[in-house]
Design a protein around this ligand. Structure first.
Ligand SMILES: Cc1cc2nc3c(=O)[nH]c(=O)nc-3n(C[C@H](O)[C@H](O)[C@H](O)COP(=O)(O)OP(=O)(O)OC[C@H]3O[C@@H](n4cnc5c(N)ncnc54)[C@H](O)[C@@H]3O)c2cc1C
Length: 464
């Protein structure tokens, strides 16, 4: 077979890229994935997961996810709705069947493994039959697996577990065959937080939960991540981010300033976070997590037996009837930056902070709009997520460099302004909210100093 673009990976990255590419060019695409359908990790997500961010700016550019509605009741009251995994999977199936395939320019092959290229011929292998197919690619191979998510249901824990220990991924909590004597949650990320909150919302007493949380993260306050009618909140976040970038002496101060502004939050006010993965949480969820007092912060788990847990700082007695929930998969994997655009290849990466679909769609639009790889890379410097607070200035510098470069390209700026994937969309139409004009003024006043300061902090320019 032949195609213009061979896109490997039909998760949020690959889908957002293909949707924008075909909307802006006449290119033909073959899209492949090892999974049976589109949606990536969402197809294997734990059943109580929801988007961390509003659905209003997740998915692909050409189709709305959900109803852009503000929830009136429940734990998300006052914020834009957030899709469940089932809704996200249904959405991507519709995008594929009703939009991409209907265009006549996209072919999809599920249960198909990309096995690399040999002298220009790209090899695909069917995971059902083992049959090989070669593809001749006229324009580019697109790697939509580079920022692939690492998730609990497909993850092997990095510690030993004795037979008889009830160790499960969060997915299996809904299928317990006998009640637990207590729950031990392993991991400090958003999956662990979701799991703790779900257990408590389902009636588990916080004292029954033991939480191994060696490294606390900084989190975005969901109140600051609201789009559309509430876009003033997001503009306030942007202004605080740039002001903190202009004035901070290091990454730790940067984070603390954002906390003082109400943009960043942490679970325990007395614990200094050392991680940052871009996750978002509400104050209600945070308050609920603070009720868990049985925290274990002593280093790394090495082995779990029926009677004791071995850590690198000593043993802890345990009970054979406890259920252990493995939330230690990395989620957003740390990556090494590589140029997004190379002569025969595009590597989809974060080019906007923490928002995969907006970044991937932006790369699709840039690819469709111009030929010069150097210019395309100038517009799309990749952000590296190491997960470490110390590296935030690198990330912030790359993010602002890309945003500034793209906003001075009129066509690209017009696309960004109109894109549903951009959380700041339509901000200029909400000047009645005092946070919006204040933010525009602050951004104008601080962006130059922010870029200079970030460049100084840890030689941030080396990251771009
Ligand atoms: C629980 C959870 C909640 C999240 N919530 C948000 C959120 O609210 N907002 C946000 O922006 N991000 C969120 N994220 C981050 C998430 O990483 C992105 O939103 C996004 O879903 C990642 O998409 P992806 O396409 O890059 O990776 P994936 O979804 O992992 O897709 C990659 C695909 O590539 C395929 N693949 C890999 N290798 C091959 C090969 N050799 N051949 C064929 N196919 C291959 C895989 O099968 C997979 O389907 C969340 C992540 C998790 C784990």
């Amino acid at each position: 077979m032949e195609t213009d673009y061979l896109v490997v990976g039909a998760g949020a990255s690959g889908m957002a890229f293909v949707d924008s590419l075909i909307a802006q060019s006449d290119g033909e695409v073959i899209l492949v994935d090892r999974r049976h359908g589109p949606g990536g990790h969402w197809l294997d997500a734990y059943p109580f997961v929801r988007l961390h961010q509003p659905s209003a700016y997740y998915g692909v550019n050409s189709r709305v996810l959900g109803n852009d509605r503000i929830d009136e009741t429940g734990p998300n009251a006052g914020f834009y709705e957030r899709a469940t995994a089932a809704e996200i999977c249904d959405y991507y199936a519709r995008v594929l069947d009703e939009d991409l395939i209907q265009s006549g320019r996209v072919r999809f092959f599920g249960l198909t493994d990309y096995r690399g290229a040999d002298q220009g011929a790209h090899r695909l292998t069917s995971m059902l039959t083992g049959e090989d197919t070669t593809i001749e690619v006229r324009r580019k191979l697109v790697d939509a697996t580079y920022v692939e998510s690492s998730i609990p249901s497909r993850h092997t824990p990095g510690f030993g577990v004795d037979p008889g220990v009830r160790m499960i991924p969060p997915n299996d909590l809904v299928d317990l065959d006998e009640p637990a004597a207590g729950f031990t949650i392993l991991g400090a990320g958003k999956t662990a937080m979701d799991t703790c909150n779900w257990l408590m919302d389902s009636g588990v007493d916080p004292n029954m939960i033991q939480w191994f949380r060696p490294r606390d993260p900084w989190l975005f306050n969901r109140a600051s991540m609201q789009p559309l009618e509430l876009v003033g909140s997001y503009m306030h976040l942007q202004a605080c981010w740039v002001e903190a970038a202009a004035e901070s002496e290091d990454a730790v101060e940067f984070a603390h300033r954002l906390e003082a502004d109400g943009v960043f939050v942490r679970i325990s006010p007395h614990i200094e976070p050392r991680a940052f993965r871009g996750a978002t949480i509400s104050m209600r969820e945070l308050e609920s997590l603070r009720a868990i007092e049985r925290l274990v912060r002593q280093g790394k788990v090495l082995h779990i037996g029926t009677r004791r847990i071995v850590t690198d700082r000593g043993d802890i007695a345990t009970d054979p009837k406890r259920v252990y929930v493995d939330c230690t998969a990395a989620g957003v994997r740390p990556t090494i930056a590589r140029p997004v655009f190379e002569p025969d290849r595009i590597t989809l990466q974060y080019v906007t902070i923490g928002i995969v679909p907006w970044g991937a769609a932006t790369i699709g639009v840039v690819e469709a709009a111009m030929d010069d790889d150097a210019e395309k890379n100038r517009l799309c410097p990749p952000l590296v997520f190491t997960g470490d607070v110390a590296d935030m200035p690198y990330m912030a510098y790359a993010g602002m460099t890309g945003l500034t470069a793209r906003s001075s390209d009129p066509a690209l700026n017009a696309w960004t302004e109109a894109s549903r994937l951009n959380p700041a969309r339509g901000a200029a139409g909400h000047l009645e909210d005092p946070r919006v004009p204040t933010a525009f003024e602050s951004l104008g006043a601080n962006i130059g100093a922010a870029m200079t300061n970030l460049e100084r902090l840890a030689g941030a320019s080396a990251a771009v």
